[in-house]
Design a protein around this ligand. Structure first.
Ligand code: SAM
Length: 227
């Protein structure tokens, strides 16, 4: 079973949106599992302090290596096969290929950063793989972890219905998806493209392919250059 262990200073964020809809149903049906670990349980002193000022000066605070390492060591067995991810704007950008890969594995352990981030030495010492969900900065890793989990969990067998296997979606073929239409046949003077009502499946597939290529070229030409 796909198991997610989340190391966070805000365990109450979870399951949050992951407790609703497809992922929530999957969670309730035991198709995947989620646990949170409060990093602060391993904080230091009377105030259970987890952070300190950056060496070399500068703004903000940094999560201490010793505190986060203690939390990870208490929460994960040394032979736990799951990838250990650190949500981070410095990380390799998350892709659908990586999501599919993770979804087929035993699950993930995810560290959610806060403040300026975490001490570099715990990233090295505990083999954390930095993963970014995009080129912008969030205030913490929790929402980023939820994005990653939502993308993975919907691909777990049984979470989505057979009819929505995900195989046809944006990125799966290296292209963005073609446009969708449904009833009514005409909306504010805009008809559904005739070909989609023709019943000719070969023609419909060719039209969708052409649309997907045109949209990808216009919006994300970088995707067409990917090997
Ligand atoms: N000082 C860091 C930097 O400039 O790279 C930003 C730290 S950010 C305010 C706090 C935390 O939010 C990060 O440690 C990370 O866990 C999370 N985070 C922010 N943006 C993210 C993104 N684009 N992808 C994944 N995690 C992100």
């Amino acid at each position: 079973m796909f198991r997610a262990s989340i190391f966070t200073l805000y365990p109450d964020f979870f399951p949050g949106p992951l407790g609703q809809s497809l992922s929530g149903d999957g969670l309730a049906r035991g198709l995947w599992a989620l646990e949170t670990r409060q990093i602060r349980d391993h904080g230091l002193g009377r105030h259970k302090s987890v952070d300190d000022t950056p060496a070399g000066g500068g703004p903000g605070m940094v999560i201490r290596a010793d505190v986060l390492a203690a939390s990870l060591d208490a929460g994960l067995l040394p032979d736990d096969p799951r990838p250990r991810l650190l949500m981070s704007p410095r990380g390799r950008p998350l892709t659908q290929a990586r999501v599919r890969d993770l979804a087929q594995g035993p699950g993930v352990a995810i560290v959610c950063g806060r403040f300026e981030g975490v001490d570099e030495r715990v990233i090295e010492a505990r083999g954390l793989e930095e993963v970014s969900i995009g080129d912008y900065v969030l205030s913490g890793g929790e929402l980023a972890a939820m994005v990653l989990l939502d993308a993975c969990v919907r691909l777990i067998p049984g979470v989505m219905g057979k009819l929505e296997s995900g195989a046809d979606e944006s990125f799966e073929s290296g292209l963005l998806e073609y446009p969708h239409y449904t009833r009514p046949r005409e909306f504010e003077g805009r008809p559904i493209p005739e070909v989609l009502l023709s019943g000719d499946h070969a023609k419909i597939a060719a039209w969708r392919r052409a649309q997907a290529q045109a949209i990808t070229l216009a919006r994300r030409p970088d995707l067409l250059k990917r090997p």
